[in-house]
Design a protein around this ligand. Structure first.
Ligand code: AR6
Length: 167
């Protein structure tokens, strides 16, 4: 299967594109967003300023600058508000839109963090189920696309969850 799970720091990955769990401004923040901006350098922020933000559930891309990855796909996950504010659909859309963008950029290897499961408070088990289900849906819809998808977990809880779900 072309889905992998690893534990580690997404900023160091040797892939064509890494996905950033950003916010609507796309101007940086804490968590993985802060780590990516720090590792990529100030030029990233300059390009992000030109993007005019991003809607929740959507994705936009920039160059990777000082990262090994050539591109950064910035997506905005939903803030968890109890589960009745379209959070599952919006989270699924983050993964699907990011993969559609990757396809249009001819990306062969992409790495995702566990979007929305930090500051944005999405329950980790539900988020992992949505992430895996959505990625599988995309692969089924694009059966001949040569793309390798890596989930990069930063904490043990997410890592263990993904391992269990992938079997
Ligand atoms: N590599 C991989 N995963 C990481 C890294 C890293 N270097 N650092 C943290 N994580 P979060 P969100 C994991 O809070 O919940 C920012 O301020 C972390 O353990 O980064 O989508 C943005 O600007 C967690 O599992 O993103 C937004 O305002 C996952 O990344 C807001 O946070 C996501 O946690 C977005 O919140």
């Amino acid at each position: 299967m072309n889905i992998k799970v690893i534990k580690g720091d997404i900023t160091r990955l040797d892939v064509d594109a890494i996905v950033n769990a950003a916010n609507n401004t796309l101007l940086g923040g804490g968590g993985v967003d802060g780590a990516i901006h720090k590792a990529a350098g100030n030029e990233l922020l300059e390009e992000c300023r030109l993007l005019n933000g991003c809607n929740t559930g959507d994705a936009k891309y920039t160059k990777g600058y000082r990262l090994v990855a050539k591109y950064i796909i910035h997506t905005v996950g939903p803030v968890w508000q109890g589960g009745n504010s379209n959070e599952p659909e919006l989270l699924a859309s983050c993964y699907y839109r990011s993969l559609e963008l990757a396809k249009s950029l001819d990306i062969k290897a992409i790495a995702f963090p566990n979007i929305s499961t930090g500051v944005f408070g999405f329950p980790k088990i539900q988020a992992a189920e949505i992430a895996l289900k959505t990625v599988k849906q995309f692969l089924q819809a694009n059966p001949f696309l040569p793309i390798e998808i890596t989930f990069v977990c930063f904490d043990d809880e997410n890592y263990d969850l993904y391992h269990q779900l992938l079997g």
